[in-house]
Design a protein around this ligand. Sequence first.
Ligand code: CU
Length: 140
Amino acid sequence: MIKKIIISLCFIFFSFQLSAKTLEIEMLNKLGKEKMVYSVKVAKIDVDDKIIWKSVSKGHNVEFIGMPKGVKKFKTKINKDAEFIFKKKGVYLYQCTPHKAMGMIGLVIVDNDKSNLDKIKKVKLYGKSKKIFKKLLKEL
Ligand SMILES: [Cu+2]
């Protein structure tokens, strides 16, 4: 009986793992006419999905500046691939530390939950990022 329960629990756990997806975002110096950008600016994913930020061009990183309650600060090393598994639903806002005034920001919406969006709108942004942020909000 216990053996059966353990086997089914393992199976449930395993299928959850399988259903989680991974999204790759490239950190780039240039994309078309844009400079210093993430290849995906608004990522819509589900809980337990993973994002990998690829250090395709040198000099970029990921720094969370707004996230749902209970999510710890996340800041990655420059020139390094980075990954994060999104365990909490809500809106996440991040920037590239060296290019935060050049509009290098991104949004992640997990489970289409926008309940913390008002808080995200109050996060301090620099230079060109303010304008880009307003543009991105329209894509939500
Ligand atoms: Cu950058």
